[in-house]
Design a protein around this ligand. Structure first.
Ligand code: MF3
Ligand code: CO
Ligand code: CO
Length: 270
């Protein structure tokens, strides 16, 4: 039987994990981040997104871990790969990347029962200036959101920090998808919104584990899901970017479980 006696759950249904649990999340998050590091070399013009997903599947297996997405609600791949105007949940397939395409690769692994969920942006060849700026703003928005994480602040403070920055750059925050609690499960309360008002929402407490994963569009925020029931695209066909970290709330801030071991968690590494 699963041990449900440890830890506690807040009135908002958010599980509070124990100090020892950070190590499990760190290990899972590190593997997911290492996989994303290794993918940098593979994202080149001419490769298909299915080929990229195959490499990820093999790396998860080689590490003795499990993919959280294979079999999740009928999903069949180890990653989501979202190219250009695809906002999230792009399904790997026979689409060939061409020079200047930007894409998000999102990987979730399970290591010893702990979930590590992270995504970042890649470029096939060279991005144009607008794409480059979009990725930079999205990355910085995620990090500003993480900077708002500490006990006593609220989830609304995270969303407000992200929204305020993104809109100051004349870009828009997607409302239709959000971050989520995780830990020994993939998706748990709360919904982590990437917009909102300071001081609203549940209070942050030490021991909460969740993702922050803002999606930012160059155009309007509206999305639609294609007939495959997964692929979300911008309604106005504008470019979209996303970055995601899994984090834990510490006594005075946040521990980022999915930091790039190679220090490559940045759109302008090349
Ligand atoms: N990794 C995604 C997230 O950030 C979820 C992907 S679910 C899938 O929550 F089934 F589409 F893979
Ligand atoms: Co996530
Ligand atoms: Co993810």
């Amino acid at each position: 039987m699963k041990d449900q006696s440890r830890g506690r759950v807040t009135k908002d249904g958010i599980r509070i994990y124990e100090a020892a649990d950070f190590a499990g999340m760190h290990k899972a998050g590190r593997l997911a981040a290492e996989i994303l590091d290794a993918m940098i070399a593979h994202v080149v013009p001419g490769v298909t997104t299915a080929a990229l997903d195959r490499i990820i599947t093999d790396m998860v297996e080689a590490a003795g871990a499990k993919s959280a997405t294979i079999g999740y609600k009928g999903y069949r791949h180890a990653s989501c790969i979202s190219v250009n105007h695809v906002v999230c949940h792009g399904i790997p397939g026979d689409k060939t990347l061409k020079d200047g395409d930007i894409l998000n690769i999102d990987v979730t692994v399970i290591v010893d029962g702990w979930f590590g969920d992270t995504s970042r942006m890649y470029v096939a060849g060279r991005p144009n200036r607008r794409a480059e700026r979009l990725m930079q703003v999205t990355h910085d928005a995620l990090m500003l959101g993480i900077e708002a994480v500490k006990p006593g602040n609220t989830f609304g403070d995270i969303g407000a920090a992200i929204q305020r920055y993104v809109e100051s750059q004349r870009m828009s925050v997607v409302r239709d998808f959000c971050g989520h609690g995780l830990g020994q499960v993939f998706h748990a309360p709360p919904n982590v919104l990437h917009y909102g008002r300071p001081g609203t929402g549940a209070a942050l407490e030490e021991g909460m584990f969740f993702t922050i994963e803002p999606m930012v569009n160059l155009g309007k925020p509206q999305t639609k899901v294609l007939a495959d029931d997964w692929t979300a695209v911008t309604r106005d066909k504008s470019l979209s970017a996303q970055y995601e970290h899994s984090i834990g709330v510490t006594a005075d801030g946040a521990e980022i479980f999915t930091l790039s071991p190679a220090g490559k968690f940045h759109p302008t590494w090349g």
